[in-house]
Design a protein. Structure first.
Length: 96
């Protein structure tokens, strides 16, 4: 679930809550962003159509710079799955 916080001509900021084993819908990230975990977070990133997976870990009280998805992968979408048994929460600051 995504909860908007702020949007202007420079950034878009939202809080995301992902329930355990409830995959996010397919999406991609075409902009750079900072992820600030409000909980310790472990996600499985599932690349649609390729069968590839990637394990992601974000620690509470840290901030993570995340590059935009490469232009060569415009067609590749992915989903994220919280494989823990508790909700995970992050603040995302996306740069326009």
């Amino acid at each position: 679930m995504r909860y908007p916080i702020l949007e202007n001509d420079k950034v878009k900021i939202w809080r995301t809550v992902i329930s355990p084993n409830d995959p996010l819908s397919l999406h991609r990230h075409d902009k750079q962003r900072v992820v600030v975990p409000l909980t310790d977070t472990k996600l499985k990133k599932i690349i649609d159509g390729s069968g590839r997976t990637e394990e992601l870990e974000f620690k509470f009280r840290n901030a993570y710079w995340v590059e935009a998805d490469p232009p060569s992968e415009l067609h590749e979408l992915h989903s994220d799955v919280n494989e823990s048994d508790a909700d995970m929460e992050v603040i995302v600051i996306e740069f326009k």
